[in-house]
Design a protein around this ligand. Structure first.
Ligand code: IPM
Ligand code: MG
Length: 359
């Protein structure tokens, strides 16, 4: 098949890991006989430096015209001034909103050979295979008003958490559809004992659940969920939650997998077009040093093949190659342990690429 893929490396290690993800997609294209066309564009801090804005209009236009978007990471100390009017993160948020990608899938799968890489006990993390569906275009990230001002008692600031029933329904539906293809359990996470948005969330989630009698549903408060995620994570199959809760819970969940460098994500809307990015940040300290773990980016490329291009066998081939590379004992610094072989970003990409086979 033919497909156009927009590549937005962004800042820091985003550049290093995206190069490996593209390498993997090129390998897939040659082995499975596809034609992928890659176009690179600016986002984040580099875009601010070159154009004055974190999401140049031509970047958004390119993404709108592409079948899928592969993104690295945005941000860094250079652009971290809290008083700055333009911030790298605006690029990412603008892209998610601009493409209306309201459902962010963040799978957390613990590889058997990496149970020792987690700071949690092996018996707690072994066998964990869950997906967090994070609402991505609403809540505190986009609610208005959001501003800082001088009040009668000094400096004040306000952010707004707002949700409509339609915004809740569409993302909860994604979670239930996903659960049908998995272990058929959805945990809807909210803070309904305190927040009005959460009471609406639970009401709408309950209505959606009624249409999926084959799927087991539970509701959990977000503080309980944070605790259960490290206490007994294997109880979860699909979790669905609002934007900020999902942001926090997925960083927590990455500890199960041993490293942020292992976790991919897919951001989806109503069509097939999606945005694929590792959940980790730009890790400026490691940028350009050939040390970053490219697996999260590579697994994001696998999600791209599956969700935007419908290439299931190809996605599985990439996931199998990752598994084999880890089974063969190769590790980047973040998951390195005694008795395993330490490799750099490019070497890890190469090792995975050579393990991609048709079956
Ligand atoms: C993430 C990141 C982003 C978010 C930042 C970089 C804006 O933490 O993708 O989880 O908060 O959504
Ligand atoms: Mg985050």
């Amino acid at each position: 098949m033919r497909a156009t893929i927009a590549v937005l490396p962004g800042d820091g290690i985003g550049v290093d890991v995206t190069a490996e993800a593209v390498k993997i997609l090129e390998t897939v294209a040659s082995i499975f006989d596809h034609q992928f066309t890659f176009s690179t564009a600016l986002i984040g801090g580099v875009a601010i430096d070159e154009t004055g804005t974190a999401l140049p209009p031509e970047t958004l236009a390119l993404c709108e015209q592409s079948d899928a978007v592969l993104l690295g990471a945005v941000g860094g100390p250079k652009w971290d001034d809290p008083r700055a009017a333009v911030r790298p993160e605006q690029g990412l948020l603008g892209l998610r909103k601009g493409l209306d990608l309201f459902a962010n899938l963040r799978p957390v799968k613990v590889y058997d050979c990496l149970v020792g890489a987690s700071t949690l006990k092996p018996e707690v993390v072994r066998g964990v295979d869950l997906v967090v569906v994070r609402e991505l275009t609403g809540g505190l990230y986009f609610g208005q008003p959001s501003r800082r001002f001088d009040g009668p008692h000094g400096r004040e600031a306000v952010d707004t958490m707002a949700y409509s029933e339609q915004e809740v329904r569409r993302v909860v539906e994604v979670a239930f559809e996903l659960a049908r293809g998995r272990r058929k359990k959805v945990t809807s996470v909210d803070k309904q004992n305190v927040l009005a948005t959460s009471r609406l969330w639970r009401e709408v989630a309950t209505e959606v659940a009624a249409r999926y009698p084959d799927v087991e549903t539970e509701h959990m408060l977000v503080d309980t969920c944070a605790m259960q995620l490290v206490r007994r994570p294997s109880q979860f199959d699909v979790l669905v939650t609002e934007n900020t809760f999902g942001d926090i819970l997925t960083d927590e969940a990455s500890v199960l997998a041993g490293s942020m460098g292992m976790l991919p994500s897919a951001s989806l809307g109503t069509g097939r077009r999606g945005l694929y990015e590792p959940i980790h940040g730009s890790a400026p300290r490691h940028a350009g040093k050939n040390v970053a773990n490219p697996i999260a980016a590579i697994l994001s490329a696998a999600m791209l093949l599956r969700h935007s291009l419908g290439l299931t066998a190809e996605a599985e081939a990439v996931e199998r190659a990752v598994q084999r590379t880890l089974d063969d004992g190769f590790r980047t610094y973040d998951i390195h342990a005694e008795g395993t072989t330490l490799v750099g970003t490019r070497e890890m990409g190469d090792l995975i690429a050579t393990r991609i086979t048709r079956s």
